[in-house]
Design a protein around this ligand. Structure first.
Ligand code: LMR
Length: 328
């Protein structure tokens, strides 16, 4: 092993990928908020760093800071504009404050599964969304998948009315707030890193998230049931500072973009597996997963769908139509 390889091995085992950057290498800090194991984003970010550090040695090096150790999602985009971090992959819900078009991803029951989300993102409309924040200094590079969201609470939720009057942690998204209000839930925006403690101490009663996040953050330990609603999507956009990206030497930018694209293709294709593994791990831990029959699920659909009307102007009827055509 070379010294660099030893340093890499040591730091991987410590939980963060750090390449012990050499003088003259362009340092790329990648900050994110999830765990690294059995998690689509954690696995993808680690793979990206491993490949950059192996294939771009001498030109660039990447350090990954997982688990909100560097920034939470409220801080990271500002830090990126300041040049303190170069890449991140916040959930799409975190972008709606920049571009209201992103609200389509938060609308409940808009996409029937992650394949439909993938197809929409690959369309001209979806691809154009990556560039929609450039006037704010941010460029989207790739979409990374996580999965469909489930509902959990400190009591079993069979029907939406079971959630009436409860407090749920939500991401800071107007659409998600409206979705929760539609079922009588009081939405409490909160950083991801604070959710476990808030559920444990009863500051909130429930939350919505994907299997990998419910597993990775151990939310199942402090909830009395998870309802398999698949009611919405949680996906990511890998984002960077437009100025920083444009300042890279052409060969560096091209190679980095190619590696990122390959990692995206590989890991997005494997996302179903990671999702299923996390779900199974939750079951194995003895948690109560409530599956919905078609008629009961329809009651959730009927309760949440009115939210669409409120946001059609923001996301565009033609985009809703395009998403629905993909589902068909
Ligand atoms: C959340 O805040 O619940 C998620 O966006 C966290 C994540 O990055 O998956």
């Amino acid at each position: 092993l070379t010294t660099a390889a030893v340093a890499l091995t040591l730091s991987v085992s410590a939980g963060a990928v750090s390449a012990a950057c050499d003088d003259g290498e362009i340092l790329i800090k990648f900050s994110h908020v999830t765990n690294t194991d059995k998690h689509p984003k954690g696995i993808a970010a680690t793979l990206l760093a491993e490949r950059v550090n192996a294939e771009m040695n001498g030109k660039a090096c990447m350090e990954v800071f997982p688990n909100s150790t560097l920034y939470n999602d409220d801080q990271v985009l500002e830090a990126m504009l300041q040049g303190d971090v170069q890449m991140a992959a916040p959930s799409l819900s975190k972008f709606e404050q920049f571009t209201k078009q992103f609200r389509i991803f938060d609308l409940p029951f808009m996409f029937k599964n992650i394949n439909a989300v993938d197809e929409f993102q690959s369309s001209e409309t979806g691809q154009a969304m990556k560039a929609s924040m450039e006037r704010r200094g941010l460029s989207g590079l790739q979409f990374w998948h996580n999965g469909m969201k489930q509902m959990s609470a400190n009591k079993p939720l069979n029907l939406p009315s079971d959630a009436d009057g409860l407090k749920f942690r939500v991401q800071a998204s107007d659409v998600i707030k409206a979705q929760m209000e539609a079922i009588g839930v009081s939405p409490q925006p909160m950083a991801f890193s604070e959710v476990y403690g808030a559920l444990q101490t009863g500051v909130v009663d429930g939350q919505e998230n994907t299997w990998s996040n419910i597993y990775g953050q151990k939310f199942f330990e402090v909830q009395d049931g998870i309802t398999e609603t698949n009611h919405g999507v949680l996906d990511y956009m890998v984002v960077t500072s437009t100025d920083w990206w444009n300042s890279l030497p052409d060969d560096v930018r091209t190679q980095l973009a190619t590696i990122l694209e390959e990692v995206t293709t590989t890991r997005n294709a494997a996302v179903g597996e990671v999702d299923a593994e996390a779900r199974q791990a939750i079951l194995d831990a003895g948690s109560n997963i409530i599956e919905l029959d078609a008629a009961t699920r329809q009651i959730w659909v009927d309760a949440m769908m009115p939210v669409w009307a409120e946001f059609t102007g923001d996301v565009g009827q033609e985009n809703i139509d395009a998403a629905q055509a993909i589902n068909a």
